[in-house]
Design a protein around this ligand. Structure first.
Ligand code: ZN
Length: 92
């Protein structure tokens, strides 16, 4: 992204390997969660990985976080956008 060439999707995803921009609204939400609310998130996926066919991940509109403030995200969240969320929280 810093080179202006977009973030890389995964070759085995529904959209194959390609470069997509990260949506400023998603980035703004991420920065707000950190700067305003003090959350420390470990982002496991932005546009990479395999998600649902029409997932917003593939358009740079989502992120997954698998640790929040150093605590691993556990099970219990319902499936969304084509994959389960036993190990992370999905934010779009
Ligand atoms: Zn997700």
């Amino acid at each position: 992204m810093a080179k202006g060439i977009g973030a890389a999707t995964s070759g085995n995803s529904h959209v194959g390997y390609k470069r997509v921009p990260l949506d400023p609204r998603m980035l703004r939400a991420l920065i707000t969660l950190h700067d305003r609310y003090g959350y420390k998130l470990r982002i496991s996926e932005l546009v990479g990985g395999v998600h649902g066919k029409n997932s917003r991940h593939y358009r740079g509109l989502s992120f997954d976080a698998n640790f929040i403030n150093g605590i691993h995200v556990g099970s219990g969240a319902p499936p969304q956008e084509g994959h389960d969320h036993n190990t992370h929280i999905h934010c779009a």
